[in-house]
Design a protein around this ligand. Structure first.
Ligand SMILES: NC(=O)c1ccc[n+]([C@@H]2O[C@H](COP(=O)([O-])OP(=O)(O)OC[C@H]3O[C@@H](n4cnc5c(N)ncnc54)[C@H](O)[C@@H]3O)[C@@H](O)[C@H]2O)c1
Length: 377
């Protein structure tokens, strides 16, 4: 029995959306021990959260600088080893930089930074310091997304000839039409969200799923973005034509004003010999459309799946696993990297996926600004 990996959180406290997903994922894997952090921007909230979780309040810090100083003074065998960055986007880069330089390994939320140049800098810094870096593109943790990746890798679809990734939400619709209400949404504030709302927040997941499942890079993009109102600075919807490195054409469709939609992300990949389709609102079904044969529905936990997909389920078939489990699978893969053990190709996204994502977002913005021109990534 080995010691658990000591984990710290920056953000992710009582008032956060994605925090519970990370905490439960870390717990699920039984490899991590939540030890401390800066759980909320407000120290009082952070402290009461630490208390509720029965954590040592000395390991609850008022800000990141205090966290790094405090942890660095502790004996190495008690110090927090991996830090999870769960704050709004504009803080990721500076925080990651300080943590890399402080000797911590990192799990970071997407989008990894605000600018591609920052992601590139982080990539160089991780190499220089030997930092292990995980970027939580959560959907890559679903067993049937991993099965899709495995089947494409095995050549089941033949040459890839069409890709289509959709990520439709409607949650901004109730805010966007009221100029006061929309100012309250941090994802619409460039100072907090960065250069993009829709593409940076969710389009980048769709892009990531294309590169993740096909193993092919998107080479260039042509985009058409929507802000709806002149005084709204960031995109809330966009359609992006893409050209893959093998010449295949495709599309990324992303929206936060698709009224009534919840979290409708769908990835479809079509090759010469068949197609594969997966939808996150129905995550236990992978639709396999072999050319000239009846369509099949593949489900997790069955031995016909790849070793990688099988390793990504915890309970027998027919017991649905979801978002928490997908994040848990990413934590599981990263724990192996931290321990120096072998892991499946694709077990967790890393800083290079962050660089690709940021380059995609910037290329999409440039294409739109230049009047729907093709832009190389
Ligand atoms: N992987 C996914 O599917 C997914 C889903 C949701 C959000 N996210 C990403 O997670 C990040 C957080 O999003 P959210 O929706 O949870 O945001 P949120 O607004 O719900 O929570 C942000 C948290 O950060 C804390 N915080 C803010 N400034 C801080 C500081 N200086 N120090 C410490 N804590 C601070 C806040 O107190 C809060 O707990 C974003 O980058 C977002 O893009 C990813």
């Amino acid at each position: 029995m080995h010691n658990k990996i000591r984990l710290g959180l920056i953000g992710g406290g009582p008032r956060s959306f994605i925090g519970p997903v990370h905490r439960i994922a870390a717990y699920m894997v039984e490899e991590f021990d939540l030890t401390g952090g800066v759980f909320d921007v407000d120290f009082e909230h952070s402290l009461s959260f630490a208390k509720a979780l029965e954590l040592d309040s000395n390991r609850c810090y008022k800000d990141l600088d205090a966290f790094i100083t405090g942890e660095s003074k502790l004996p190495e065998d008690t110090r927090i080893e991996v830090v999870v960055i769960l704050t709004p986007n504009y803080l990721h880069f500076e925080m990651a930089k300080k943590l890399i330089e402080g000797g911590f390994d990192i799990i970071c939320e997407k989008p990894v930074t605000v600018y591609a140049s920052e992601a590139e800098e982080l990539s160089l810094l991780t190499q220089k310091h030997g930092t292990k870096f995980c970027l939580t593109h959560t959907y890559t943790g679903y067993p049937m997304v991993r099965q899709m990746k495995s089947m494409i890798e095995e050549g089941k679809l033949g040459r890839i000839q069409k890709v289509d990734a959709q990520y439709y939400q409607g949650w901004i619709n109730p805010f966007i039409h009221d100029s006061e209400k929309r100012k309250q949404v941090w994802r619409l504030d460039p100072a907090v969200a960065g250069q993009s709302c829709c593409m940076g927040d969710i389009g980048v997941h769709a892009f990531n799923l294309i590169e993740y499942t096909t193993g092919l890079k998107v080479q260039k993009v042509l985009s058409d973005l929507e802000t709806l109102y002149d005084d709204n600075p960031l995109d809330v919807d966009g359609t992006v034509l893409i050209r893959m490195e093998n010449g295949a054409k495709g599309v990324v469709r992303s929206s936060q004003i698709a009224s009534g939609e919840e979290n409708n992300i769908i990835i479809s990949v079509y090759g010469k010999d068949g197609g594969l389709k997966w939808a996150q609102e129905d995550p236990t079904y992978l639709h396999y459309l072999p050319e000239g044969e009846p369509a099949q529905v593949l489900k997790p936990g069955n031995p016909y799946n790849s070793e990688f997909a099988m390793d990504s389920t915890k309970i027998p078939p027919g017991h649905p696993e979801g978002l928490f489990d997908a994040m848990g699978n990413i934590y599981k893969g990263f724990s192996k990297a931290i321990r120096g053990e072998s892991y499946f190709n694709g077990a967790f996204p890393g800083i290079e996926d962050g660089v690709r994502g940021m380059r995609f977002i910037e290329a999409v913005l440039r294409s739109n600004a230049e009047g729907q021109a093709w832009v190389e990534i």
